[in-house]
Design a protein around this ligand. Structure first.
Ligand SMILES: CC(=O)N[C@H]1[C@@H](OP(=O)(O)OP(=O)(O)OC[C@H]2O[C@@H](n3ccc(=O)[nH]c3=O)[C@H](O)[C@@H]2O)O[C@H](CO)[C@@H](O)[C@@H]1O[C@H](C)C(=O)N[C@@H](C)C(=O)N[C@@H](CCC(=O)O)C(=O)O
Ligand SMILES: Nc1ncnc2c1ncn2[C@@H]1O[C@H](COP(=O)(O)OP(=O)(O)OP(=O)(O)O)[C@@H](O)[C@H]1O
Length: 443
Protein backbone atom coordinates (compact mmCIF):
# COMPACT_ATOMS: atom_id res chain seq x y z
CA UNK A 1 0.00 0.00 0.00
CA UNK A 2 1.28 3.51 -0.83
CA UNK A 3 1.20 5.49 2.37
CA UNK A 4 -0.48 8.91 2.43
CA UNK A 5 -1.33 11.79 4.74
CA UNK A 6 -4.61 13.62 4.11
CA UNK A 7 -5.61 17.00 5.53
CA UNK A 8 -9.37 17.52 5.46
CA UNK A 9 -11.20 20.85 5.27
CA UNK A 10 -11.19 22.38 8.80
CA UNK A 11 -14.30 23.63 10.53
CA UNK A 12 -14.80 26.78 12.64
CA UNK A 13 -17.79 27.13 14.95
CA UNK A 14 -18.10 30.84 15.86
CA UNK A 15 -20.74 30.26 18.54
CA UNK A 16 -18.47 27.81 20.38
CA UNK A 17 -15.29 29.76 19.44
CA UNK A 18 -13.78 26.48 18.37
CA UNK A 19 -11.85 25.28 15.32
CA UNK A 20 -11.55 21.59 14.46
CA UNK A 21 -8.87 20.08 12.21
CA UNK A 22 -9.16 16.60 10.73
CA UNK A 23 -6.36 14.36 9.47
CA UNK A 24 -6.01 10.86 8.01
CA UNK A 25 -2.76 8.94 7.98
CA UNK A 26 -3.34 5.74 6.01
CA UNK A 27 -6.17 4.08 7.98
CA UNK A 28 -5.79 6.27 11.09
CA UNK A 29 -7.87 9.41 11.80
CA UNK A 30 -7.06 12.31 14.11
CA UNK A 31 -8.73 15.53 15.27
CA UNK A 32 -7.07 18.60 16.78
CA UNK A 33 -9.12 21.33 18.46
CA UNK A 34 -8.39 25.02 19.09
CA UNK A 35 -10.56 26.85 21.60
CA UNK A 36 -10.52 30.65 21.35
CA UNK A 37 -11.91 33.31 23.67
CA UNK A 38 -15.46 34.40 22.85
CA UNK A 39 -15.47 36.04 19.42
CA UNK A 40 -16.97 39.55 19.70
CA UNK A 41 -18.11 39.78 16.08
CA UNK A 42 -19.33 36.50 14.63
CA UNK A 43 -18.97 37.94 11.09
CA UNK A 44 -15.17 38.08 11.57
CA UNK A 45 -14.95 34.39 10.73
CA UNK A 46 -17.01 34.69 7.54
CA UNK A 47 -14.42 36.43 5.36
CA UNK A 48 -12.58 34.65 2.54
CA UNK A 49 -9.33 35.67 4.29
CA UNK A 50 -10.32 33.80 7.47
CA UNK A 51 -11.26 30.73 5.43
CA UNK A 52 -7.87 30.93 3.72
CA UNK A 53 -5.95 31.23 7.01
CA UNK A 54 -7.98 28.42 8.56
CA UNK A 55 -7.00 26.14 5.65
CA UNK A 56 -3.33 27.11 5.92
CA UNK A 57 -3.47 26.55 9.70
CA UNK A 58 -4.85 23.04 9.08
CA UNK A 59 -1.89 22.34 6.80
CA UNK A 60 0.69 23.64 9.31
CA UNK A 61 -0.86 21.92 12.35
CA UNK A 62 -0.82 18.70 10.35
CA UNK A 63 2.94 18.19 10.91
CA UNK A 64 2.34 16.58 14.32
CA UNK A 65 0.24 13.78 12.74
CA UNK A 66 2.21 13.50 9.51
CA UNK A 67 5.42 12.82 11.44
CA UNK A 68 4.09 9.51 12.82
CA UNK A 69 4.92 7.90 9.45
CA UNK A 70 6.22 10.80 7.30
CA UNK A 71 4.79 9.44 4.02
CA UNK A 72 5.92 11.04 0.76
CA UNK A 73 2.39 11.94 -0.32
CA UNK A 74 0.45 14.80 1.30
CA UNK A 75 -3.10 15.47 0.09
CA UNK A 76 -5.42 18.38 0.83
CA UNK A 77 -8.28 17.77 -1.60
CA UNK A 78 -10.54 20.53 -0.23
CA UNK A 79 -8.01 23.27 0.53
CA UNK A 80 -7.21 25.32 -2.59
CA UNK A 81 -3.67 26.76 -2.65
CA UNK A 82 -1.81 29.31 -4.74
CA UNK A 83 1.69 28.44 -6.00
CA UNK A 84 3.25 30.56 -3.23
CA UNK A 85 1.13 28.88 -0.55
CA UNK A 86 2.14 25.47 -1.87
CA UNK A 87 5.81 26.47 -1.53
CA UNK A 88 5.14 27.71 2.01
CA UNK A 89 3.51 24.43 3.05
CA UNK A 90 6.28 22.33 1.51
CA UNK A 91 8.82 24.47 3.39
CA UNK A 92 7.04 23.74 6.68
CA UNK A 93 6.95 19.98 5.95
CA UNK A 94 10.57 19.87 4.74
CA UNK A 95 12.70 22.45 6.60
CA UNK A 96 10.33 22.85 9.57
CA UNK A 97 10.71 19.11 10.19
CA UNK A 98 14.45 19.13 9.36
CA UNK A 99 15.55 18.12 12.86
CA UNK A 100 12.94 15.33 12.89
CA UNK A 101 14.29 13.91 9.61
CA UNK A 102 17.93 14.23 10.69
CA UNK A 103 17.38 12.49 14.02
CA UNK A 104 15.26 9.71 12.50
CA UNK A 105 17.56 9.43 9.45
CA UNK A 106 14.69 9.90 7.00
CA UNK A 107 15.53 11.24 3.53
CA UNK A 108 12.55 13.43 2.64
CA UNK A 109 14.07 16.65 1.29
CA UNK A 110 12.86 17.33 -2.25
CA UNK A 111 10.74 14.17 -2.24
CA UNK A 112 7.41 15.25 -0.73
CA UNK A 113 4.43 15.83 -3.00
CA UNK A 114 1.53 18.07 -2.02
CA UNK A 115 -1.68 17.51 -3.92
CA UNK A 116 -4.26 20.29 -3.51
CA UNK A 117 -6.56 22.15 -5.92
CA UNK A 118 -5.23 25.36 -7.46
CA UNK A 119 -6.53 28.56 -5.92
CA UNK A 120 -7.41 30.57 -8.98
CA UNK A 121 -8.60 33.58 -7.00
CA UNK A 122 -5.74 34.90 -4.88
CA UNK A 123 -6.97 37.64 -2.54
CA UNK A 124 -6.46 41.18 -3.81
CA UNK A 125 -8.72 43.26 -1.54
CA UNK A 126 -7.32 44.12 1.87
CA UNK A 127 -9.59 43.20 4.73
CA UNK A 128 -10.15 45.80 7.40
CA UNK A 129 -8.00 45.29 10.50
CA UNK A 130 -7.53 47.91 13.23
CA UNK A 131 -4.01 49.17 14.00
CA UNK A 132 -3.38 46.91 16.96
CA UNK A 133 -0.50 44.64 17.93
CA UNK A 134 -0.64 41.01 19.02
CA UNK A 135 2.52 39.98 20.90
CA UNK A 136 3.15 36.23 21.36
CA UNK A 137 4.60 35.57 24.81
CA UNK A 138 6.80 32.52 25.41
CA UNK A 139 7.55 33.31 29.06
CA UNK A 140 11.28 33.66 28.33
CA UNK A 141 13.69 36.59 28.02
CA UNK A 142 13.02 37.25 24.33
CA UNK A 143 9.36 38.15 24.36
CA UNK A 144 9.86 40.11 27.60
CA UNK A 145 12.51 42.23 25.91
CA UNK A 146 9.92 42.92 23.20
CA UNK A 147 7.49 43.92 25.96
CA UNK A 148 10.05 46.42 27.22
CA UNK A 149 10.84 47.77 23.72
CA UNK A 150 7.17 48.23 22.79
CA UNK A 151 6.36 49.77 26.16
CA UNK A 152 9.17 52.33 25.86
CA UNK A 153 8.36 53.19 22.26
CA UNK A 154 4.69 53.77 23.07
CA UNK A 155 3.21 50.86 21.13
CA UNK A 156 0.27 49.29 22.99
CA UNK A 157 0.00 45.51 22.58
CA UNK A 158 -2.03 42.48 23.64
CA UNK A 159 -0.11 39.47 25.00
CA UNK A 160 -0.96 36.24 23.17
CA UNK A 161 -0.21 32.62 24.06
CA UNK A 162 -1.16 29.10 23.11
CA UNK A 163 -1.66 26.73 26.05
CA UNK A 164 -0.19 29.21 28.55
CA UNK A 165 1.38 27.76 31.66
CA UNK A 166 4.04 28.47 34.32
CA UNK A 167 6.27 31.37 33.23
CA UNK A 168 3.86 32.50 30.48
CA UNK A 169 1.07 33.01 33.02
CA UNK A 170 3.32 34.71 35.57
CA UNK A 171 4.94 36.94 32.93
CA UNK A 172 1.60 38.04 31.52
CA UNK A 173 0.39 38.79 35.03
CA UNK A 174 3.47 40.99 35.54
CA UNK A 175 2.84 42.73 32.20
CA UNK A 176 -0.63 43.59 33.52
CA UNK A 177 -2.52 43.68 30.18
CA UNK A 178 -5.44 41.38 29.35
CA UNK A 179 -4.17 38.57 27.10
CA UNK A 180 -5.63 36.50 24.28
CA UNK A 181 -5.14 32.84 25.25
CA UNK A 182 -5.92 29.87 23.00
CA UNK A 183 -6.26 26.29 24.19
CA UNK A 184 -4.81 23.75 21.76
CA UNK A 185 -5.82 20.12 22.24
CA UNK A 186 -3.72 17.66 20.25
CA UNK A 187 -5.28 14.29 19.53
CA UNK A 188 -4.17 12.07 22.46
CA UNK A 189 -4.02 9.07 20.13
CA UNK A 190 -1.21 10.79 18.17
CA UNK A 191 0.78 11.30 21.36
CA UNK A 192 0.22 7.66 22.38
CA UNK A 193 1.22 6.31 18.96
CA UNK A 194 4.38 8.47 18.99
CA UNK A 195 5.71 6.16 21.73
CA UNK A 196 4.76 2.93 19.94
CA UNK A 197 6.99 0.82 17.70
CA UNK A 198 6.32 1.37 14.00
CA UNK A 199 5.82 5.12 14.43
CA UNK A 200 8.25 8.02 14.36
CA UNK A 201 8.44 10.85 16.87
CA UNK A 202 10.39 14.08 17.08
CA UNK A 203 10.54 17.82 16.93
CA UNK A 204 7.94 20.00 15.18
CA UNK A 205 8.18 23.70 14.17
CA UNK A 206 6.31 25.14 17.15
CA UNK A 207 6.74 28.79 16.14
CA UNK A 208 5.08 28.14 12.78
CA UNK A 209 2.19 26.46 14.61
CA UNK A 210 1.77 29.23 17.19
CA UNK A 211 2.07 31.89 14.48
CA UNK A 212 -0.74 30.43 12.38
CA UNK A 213 -2.94 30.29 15.48
CA UNK A 214 -2.02 33.94 16.17
CA UNK A 215 -3.07 34.84 12.62
CA UNK A 216 -6.55 33.40 13.22
CA UNK A 217 -6.77 35.49 16.39
CA UNK A 218 -5.66 38.59 14.48
CA UNK A 219 -8.69 38.24 12.22
CA UNK A 220 -11.14 37.16 14.91
CA UNK A 221 -10.21 39.85 17.43
CA UNK A 222 -8.89 42.62 15.17
CA UNK A 223 -5.07 43.05 15.04
CA UNK A 224 -3.10 44.23 12.03
CA UNK A 225 0.32 43.07 13.21
CA UNK A 226 1.80 40.04 14.91
CA UNK A 227 5.15 40.86 16.50
CA UNK A 228 7.48 37.93 17.08
CA UNK A 229 10.57 37.95 19.31
CA UNK A 230 12.94 35.85 17.23
CA UNK A 231 16.61 36.74 17.45
CA UNK A 232 19.08 36.79 14.57
CA UNK A 233 20.99 33.83 16.09
CA UNK A 234 17.93 31.63 15.42
CA UNK A 235 18.92 31.45 11.75
CA UNK A 236 22.05 29.33 12.48
CA UNK A 237 21.54 25.61 11.85
CA UNK A 238 22.67 22.52 13.75
CA UNK A 239 23.93 19.90 11.29
CA UNK A 240 23.92 19.21 7.57
CA UNK A 241 21.75 16.18 6.81
CA UNK A 242 20.58 14.79 3.47
CA UNK A 243 22.35 17.69 1.72
CA UNK A 244 20.68 20.47 3.73
CA UNK A 245 21.40 22.47 6.85
CA UNK A 246 18.85 21.50 9.48
CA UNK A 247 17.88 23.88 12.24
CA UNK A 248 16.07 23.09 15.51
CA UNK A 249 14.72 26.63 15.47
CA UNK A 250 13.89 26.71 11.76
CA UNK A 251 10.53 28.43 12.12
CA UNK A 252 12.24 31.19 14.12
CA UNK A 253 14.72 31.89 11.28
CA UNK A 254 14.72 35.00 9.11
CA UNK A 255 14.06 32.92 5.99
CA UNK A 256 10.90 31.47 7.49
CA UNK A 257 9.81 34.88 8.81
CA UNK A 258 9.83 36.20 5.24
CA UNK A 259 7.92 33.23 3.91
CA UNK A 260 5.18 33.23 6.53
CA UNK A 261 5.06 37.06 6.51
CA UNK A 262 4.34 37.04 2.76
CA UNK A 263 1.83 34.21 3.12
CA UNK A 264 -0.17 36.04 5.81
CA UNK A 265 0.03 39.32 3.94
CA UNK A 266 -1.17 37.78 0.66
CA UNK A 267 -3.99 35.92 2.41
CA UNK A 268 -5.32 39.19 3.81
CA UNK A 269 -4.72 41.47 0.83
CA UNK A 270 -1.79 43.07 2.64
CA UNK A 271 -3.71 43.83 5.85
CA UNK A 272 -1.82 41.57 8.27
CA UNK A 273 1.86 42.23 9.05
CA UNK A 274 4.21 39.69 10.66
CA UNK A 275 7.77 40.45 11.73
CA UNK A 276 10.25 39.87 14.53
CA UNK A 277 11.15 42.89 16.65
CA UNK A 278 14.36 41.22 17.88
CA UNK A 279 15.77 40.22 14.47
CA UNK A 280 18.57 42.83 14.61
CA UNK A 281 19.91 41.32 17.85
CA UNK A 282 22.13 38.45 18.92
CA UNK A 283 21.12 36.49 22.03
CA UNK A 284 23.90 38.27 23.93
CA UNK A 285 22.50 41.66 22.95
CA UNK A 286 19.01 40.55 24.01
CA UNK A 287 20.45 39.47 27.36
CA UNK A 288 22.01 42.92 27.79
CA UNK A 289 18.65 44.55 26.94
CA UNK A 290 16.85 42.31 29.44
CA UNK A 291 18.95 43.75 32.27
CA UNK A 292 17.20 47.15 31.84
CA UNK A 293 13.99 45.92 33.46
CA UNK A 294 13.85 43.94 36.71
CA UNK A 295 10.14 43.30 37.12
CA UNK A 296 10.24 39.93 35.32
CA UNK A 297 13.23 38.50 37.22
CA UNK A 298 11.23 36.22 39.48
CA UNK A 299 8.52 35.22 36.99
CA UNK A 300 10.21 34.46 33.66
CA UNK A 301 11.97 31.34 32.43
CA UNK A 302 13.57 30.31 29.16
CA UNK A 303 13.84 26.63 30.21
CA UNK A 304 11.72 24.63 27.75
CA UNK A 305 10.99 21.94 30.33
CA UNK A 306 8.25 24.28 31.55
CA UNK A 307 6.33 23.86 28.32
CA UNK A 308 5.65 20.13 28.09
CA UNK A 309 2.01 19.42 27.28
CA UNK A 310 1.55 17.75 30.66
CA UNK A 311 2.60 20.88 32.55
CA UNK A 312 5.68 21.60 34.63
CA UNK A 313 6.97 20.69 38.06
CA UNK A 314 7.11 24.20 39.49
CA UNK A 315 10.86 24.87 39.17
CA UNK A 316 11.29 27.81 36.77
CA UNK A 317 14.84 26.79 35.76
CA UNK A 318 15.84 23.09 35.73
CA UNK A 319 19.52 24.12 35.74
CA UNK A 320 20.65 21.02 33.84
CA UNK A 321 19.46 21.48 30.24
CA UNK A 322 21.49 23.21 27.49
CA UNK A 323 18.99 26.07 27.34
CA UNK A 324 19.44 26.89 31.05
CA UNK A 325 23.22 26.73 30.57
CA UNK A 326 23.15 28.92 27.47
CA UNK A 327 20.93 31.59 29.03
CA UNK A 328 23.09 31.68 32.18
CA UNK A 329 26.20 32.06 30.00
CA UNK A 330 24.89 34.97 27.95
CA UNK A 331 23.47 36.83 30.92
CA UNK A 332 26.72 36.57 32.91
CA UNK A 333 28.73 39.24 31.01
CA UNK A 334 25.91 41.78 31.33
CA UNK A 335 24.08 41.22 34.61
CA UNK A 336 25.28 41.81 38.17
CA UNK A 337 26.35 38.41 39.51
CA UNK A 338 24.14 38.47 42.60
CA UNK A 339 21.08 39.26 40.45
CA UNK A 340 21.84 36.35 38.09
CA UNK A 341 22.37 33.92 40.98
CA UNK A 342 19.04 35.03 42.49
CA UNK A 343 17.26 34.32 39.19
CA UNK A 344 18.74 30.83 38.77
CA UNK A 345 19.07 29.98 42.47
CA UNK A 346 22.67 28.78 41.89
CA UNK A 347 25.86 29.35 39.93
CA UNK A 348 25.72 27.03 36.90
CA UNK A 349 29.23 28.09 35.85
CA UNK A 350 30.71 26.90 39.13
CA UNK A 351 29.41 23.32 38.87
CA UNK A 352 32.08 21.07 37.27
CA UNK A 353 29.42 18.55 36.15
CA UNK A 354 28.12 21.16 33.69
CA UNK A 355 31.45 21.47 31.85
CA UNK A 356 30.60 19.10 28.98
CA UNK A 357 27.33 20.85 28.23
CA UNK A 358 29.01 24.29 28.22
CA UNK A 359 31.75 22.93 25.93
CA UNK A 360 29.09 21.86 23.41
CA UNK A 361 27.53 25.31 23.47
CA UNK A 362 30.88 26.96 22.73
CA UNK A 363 31.79 24.50 19.95
CA UNK A 364 34.61 22.88 21.95
CA UNK A 365 33.15 19.38 21.61
CA UNK A 366 30.30 17.49 19.90
CA UNK A 367 27.66 19.38 17.89
CA UNK A 368 25.43 22.35 18.67
CA UNK A 369 22.65 20.90 20.88
CA UNK A 370 19.17 20.43 19.38
CA UNK A 371 17.84 23.25 21.53
CA UNK A 372 16.89 26.91 21.33
CA UNK A 373 20.42 28.16 21.92
CA UNK A 374 22.39 30.93 20.22
CA UNK A 375 25.35 30.77 17.87
CA UNK A 376 28.44 28.76 18.81
CA UNK A 377 30.74 31.76 18.33
CA UNK A 378 28.44 33.90 20.46
CA UNK A 379 28.72 31.41 23.35
CA UNK A 380 32.49 31.28 22.86
CA UNK A 381 32.67 35.10 22.91
CA UNK A 382 30.73 35.21 26.19
CA UNK A 383 33.18 32.70 27.72
CA UNK A 384 36.06 34.90 26.56
CA UNK A 385 34.50 37.93 28.30
CA UNK A 386 34.00 35.91 31.49
CA UNK A 387 37.58 34.63 31.45
CA UNK A 388 38.66 38.27 31.83
CA UNK A 389 35.90 39.31 34.23
CA UNK A 390 36.76 39.86 37.91
CA UNK A 391 33.49 38.27 39.11
CA UNK A 392 33.60 35.15 36.94
CA UNK A 393 37.13 34.14 35.93
CA UNK A 394 37.63 31.91 39.01
CA UNK A 395 34.46 29.86 38.46
CA UNK A 396 35.05 26.16 37.79
CA UNK A 397 33.71 25.91 34.22
CA UNK A 398 35.24 29.21 33.08
CA UNK A 399 38.66 28.09 34.35
CA UNK A 400 38.26 24.63 32.82
CA UNK A 401 37.44 25.75 29.26
CA UNK A 402 39.75 28.78 29.03
CA UNK A 403 42.85 27.12 27.54
CA UNK A 404 40.87 25.19 24.90
CA UNK A 405 38.81 28.25 24.06
CA UNK A 406 41.92 30.34 23.34
CA UNK A 407 43.57 27.47 21.46
CA UNK A 408 40.55 26.84 19.23
CA UNK A 409 39.54 30.39 18.38
CA UNK A 410 42.44 32.72 19.27
CA UNK A 411 41.97 35.93 21.23
CA UNK A 412 41.46 38.20 18.25
CA UNK A 413 38.61 36.13 16.84
CA UNK A 414 36.89 36.02 20.23
CA UNK A 415 37.19 39.80 20.67
CA UNK A 416 35.78 40.37 17.20
CA UNK A 417 32.96 37.92 17.85
CA UNK A 418 31.87 39.82 20.97
CA UNK A 419 31.97 43.13 19.10
CA UNK A 420 29.89 41.53 16.37
CA UNK A 421 27.36 40.22 18.92
CA UNK A 422 26.85 43.74 20.18
CA UNK A 423 26.46 45.27 16.71
CA UNK A 424 22.86 45.35 15.51
CA UNK A 425 22.01 43.89 12.12
CA UNK A 426 20.03 45.76 9.47
CA UNK A 427 18.72 42.50 8.06
CA UNK A 428 15.22 42.73 9.53
CA UNK A 429 11.65 43.51 8.46
CA UNK A 430 10.51 45.84 11.23
CA UNK A 431 8.45 48.74 9.81
CA UNK A 432 10.93 51.67 9.48
CA UNK A 433 9.21 54.10 11.91
CA UNK A 434 9.11 51.49 14.67
CA UNK A 435 12.67 50.35 13.91
CA UNK A 436 13.92 53.92 14.34
CA UNK A 437 12.17 54.36 17.71
CA UNK A 438 13.39 50.99 18.97
CA UNK A 439 17.00 51.58 18.02
CA UNK A 440 16.90 55.00 19.72
CA UNK A 441 15.76 53.32 22.96
CA UNK A 442 17.93 50.20 22.74
CA UNK A 443 21.28 51.98 22.92
C1 LIG B 1 8.41 21.38 25.76
C2 LIG B 1 9.33 20.79 24.74
O1 LIG B 1 10.42 21.31 24.54
N1 LIG B 1 8.92 19.70 24.14
C3 LIG B 1 9.70 19.03 23.11
C4 LIG B 1 9.95 17.61 23.57
O2 LIG B 1 8.69 17.01 23.83
P1 LIG B 1 8.33 16.15 25.11
O3 LIG B 1 8.00 14.79 24.68
O4 LIG B 1 9.43 16.27 26.13
O5 LIG B 1 7.04 16.88 25.72
P2 LIG B 1 5.79 17.58 25.01
O6 LIG B 1 6.16 18.90 24.43
O7 LIG B 1 4.76 17.57 26.04
O8 LIG B 1 5.34 16.65 23.81
C5 LIG B 1 4.68 15.39 23.99
C6 LIG B 1 4.58 14.70 22.65
O9 LIG B 1 3.73 15.48 21.79
C7 LIG B 1 4.38 15.75 20.56
N2 LIG B 1 3.98 17.08 20.10
C8 LIG B 1 4.03 18.15 20.96
C9 LIG B 1 3.63 19.40 20.51
C10 LIG B 1 3.22 19.54 19.19
O10 LIG B 1 2.89 20.65 18.71
N3 LIG B 1 3.18 18.44 18.38
C11 LIG B 1 3.55 17.21 18.82
O11 LIG B 1 3.51 16.24 18.03
C12 LIG B 1 5.88 15.66 20.85
O12 LIG B 1 6.61 15.30 19.71
C13 LIG B 1 5.91 14.57 21.92
O13 LIG B 1 5.91 13.33 21.29
O14 LIG B 1 10.58 16.87 22.55
C14 LIG B 1 9.81 16.83 21.30
C15 LIG B 1 10.57 15.95 20.35
O15 LIG B 1 11.82 16.48 20.06
C16 LIG B 1 9.65 18.27 20.78
O16 LIG B 1 8.90 18.25 19.58
C17 LIG B 1 8.92 19.09 21.83
O17 LIG B 1 8.89 20.43 21.39
C18 LIG B 1 7.60 21.07 21.49
C19 LIG B 1 6.85 20.86 20.18
C20 LIG B 1 7.76 22.54 21.71
O18 LIG B 1 6.79 23.27 21.83
N4 LIG B 1 9.00 23.01 21.76
C21 LIG B 1 9.34 24.41 21.85
C22 LIG B 1 9.64 24.80 23.28
C23 LIG B 1 10.59 24.59 21.00
O19 LIG B 1 11.41 23.69 20.89
N5 LIG B 1 10.76 25.73 20.39
C24 LIG B 1 11.91 25.95 19.54
C25 LIG B 1 11.52 26.70 18.29
C26 LIG B 1 11.22 25.69 17.24
C27 LIG B 1 10.71 26.32 15.97
O20 LIG B 1 11.14 25.95 14.86
O21 LIG B 1 9.87 27.19 16.07
C28 LIG B 1 12.92 26.69 20.35
O22 LIG B 1 12.56 27.32 21.35
O23 LIG B 1 14.08 26.59 19.96
N1 LIG C 1 3.08 29.10 24.01
C1 LIG C 1 3.32 30.11 23.17
N2 LIG C 1 2.29 30.81 22.66
C2 LIG C 1 2.51 31.82 21.80
N3 LIG C 1 3.73 32.21 21.41
C3 LIG C 1 4.79 31.55 21.91
C4 LIG C 1 4.63 30.47 22.81
N4 LIG C 1 5.88 30.02 23.11
C5 LIG C 1 6.75 30.78 22.43
N5 LIG C 1 6.10 31.71 21.71
C6 LIG C 1 6.69 32.74 20.85
O1 LIG C 1 7.49 32.09 19.88
C7 LIG C 1 8.69 32.84 19.65
C8 LIG C 1 9.88 31.97 19.98
O2 LIG C 1 9.84 31.54 21.33
P1 LIG C 1 11.08 31.57 22.31
O3 LIG C 1 10.95 30.42 23.25
O4 LIG C 1 12.35 31.73 21.57
O5 LIG C 1 10.86 32.97 23.06
P2 LIG C 1 10.83 33.35 24.58
O6 LIG C 1 10.13 32.32 25.37
O7 LIG C 1 10.26 34.72 24.64
O8 LIG C 1 12.37 33.48 24.97
P3 LIG C 1 13.46 32.38 25.30
O9 LIG C 1 14.19 32.08 24.01
O10 LIG C 1 14.30 33.02 26.31
O11 LIG C 1 12.74 31.17 25.80
C9 LIG C 1 8.60 34.09 20.51
O12 LIG C 1 8.08 35.14 19.75
C10 LIG C 1 7.64 33.67 21.60
O13 LIG C 1 6.94 34.79 22.09
Amino acid sequence: MTEFFRIERPYFDPAASEARFFYSLNDLSFTEVLTFPTVPDLAASESAAFEKLLGLTALVLGVSYFKLRAPLSIEAPDIPLTEAERAFVIDVYENGLGEFYARNELARFGKLTLSAPDDAQPRKDAIDLPERTLLPIGGGKDSLVSVDLLTHTGVPFTPFAVNPKGPILSSVEAIGTDPVYVTRTLDPEMIRLGKEPGFYNGHVPSTAINSMIASLCALLFGYDQIVLSNERSASEGNVVFDGRETNHQYSKSLGFELLIGDTLSNATGGALKYFSLLRPYSEARIASLFTKERKFDSVFSSCNRNFRLTGHDGALWCGVCPKCHFVFLIFAPFMAKDRLLRIFGKNLLDEPKNEHSFRELAGLTGQKPWECVGEILEAAACFYTLSRHADWHEDAVVKAVKADLFAQYGEEKLQLAMAECLTDSHDHHIPPALAAKVSAYAV
